[in-house]
Design a protein around this ligand. Structure first.
Ligand code: ZN
Ligand code: ZN
Length: 296
């Protein structure tokens, strides 16, 4: 082996992984999810796909990071995981609680064929694509008002207070912030009468793209970043400079950012490695939970 082949081989492999990781991993996760629906265990196979994605991205973050400095411990790992679990738990228990207090009269119609104007006769793939587009309108505005309305920003600031991006802060949301986004995004689909299978598909895709979006992996995207919310776009969104940060509000597809003029990307210079917020966020999880409610 010549010296040049020794030095170029890893670079070529890196480039190959860089170009294929984002679409490849998403496609594998979608295939695993489809298999889960086919064998009637969608939740189990969603968890398998999610764990597989986390393992692959964690390995890539360690071996080919986008920002090496983001691999250093910021002391927020416990808070990240605690916010992920509480926001997931609160959203789920509110759904269960709503069954007790009778709110489900508004939710149960999704299981009644004939409810709403949703095109249930379409192939499932078409319904899922439609759901991604329609729900994105809700996700977009839920996210945008979280940046533009100061009292909502306090809750969303918990997500933006991180000083590095990696897969473990994917789910770092104050539970109030997460609940509001899910409610607005899903409410449109519920009102239209989308069936539960479509909502489950949407949740799975949003979870996969969410983790991909936050990963600290040196990837290449080309035109993909025009269509989808990639890490490249989301790194701008985490910038302290609000000319870059108050952009790219979309969760899965960039459609509404294009429509409402908030799409931002350039390859002329790198997104900042020094990310975060102007306010001082307490370091502890419990303090972060009460911080948005504090008077100032
Ligand atoms: Zn944001
Ligand atoms: Zn983020």
């Amino acid at each position: 082996m010549t010296e040049s082949s020794v030095s170029t081989a890893p670079t070529a492999l890196r480039a190959f992984i860089g170009w294929t990781a984002w679409p490849g991993l998403l496609a594998i996760c979608i295939a695993i999810t489809a298999y889960g629906f086919a064998v009637d265990h969608p939740a189990l196979f969603f968890n398998i796909a999610y764990a597989f994605l986390a393992l692959c991205l964690y390995t890539l973050e360690q071996t080919m990071p986008h920002e090496r400095v983001w691999n250093e411990n910021d002391g927020q790992t416990f808070a990240n995981i605690a916010h992920t679990l509480t926001s997931k738990g609160v959203v789920q228990s509110l759904v269960i609680f709503s069954a007790v207090i009778g709110l489900t009269v508004y939710i149960t119609p999704v299981n009644e064929p004939g409810y709403g104007i949703w095109p249930r006769t379409w192939p499932m793939g078409g319904q899922v694509v439609l759901a991604v587009i329609v729900a994105e309108f809700g996700f977009y505005w839920a996210h945008r008002i979280a940046h533009e309305w100061p009292w909502l920003w306090r809750f969303h600031a918990v997500h933006h207070s991180v000083t590095r991006l990696w897969i473990v802060n994917t789910g770092r949301f104050h539970f109030v912030d997460r609940f509001k986004s899910i409610l607005i995004g899903m409410a449109i689909l519920l009102a239209l009468g989308a069936p539960m299978e479509v909502l489950t598909w949407l949740s799975a895709i949003t979870a996969y793209i969410g983790m991909l979006t936050h990963c600290n992996v040196d990837m290449r995207f080309g035109p993909l970043s025009w269509w989808f919310n990639t890490p490249e776009l989301h790194r701008w969104h985490h910038s302290k400079d609000l000319r870059e940060g108050n952009k790219n509000y979309s969760e899965n597809i960039m459609l509404w950012d294009h429509v409402f003029g908030t799409f931002y990307n350039t390859r002329d210079y790198r997104p900042p490695a020094d990310i975060g917020i102007q306010e001082a966020m307490p370091a502890g999880f419990v303090e972060q939970l009460v911080w948005p409610f504090r008077k100032r």
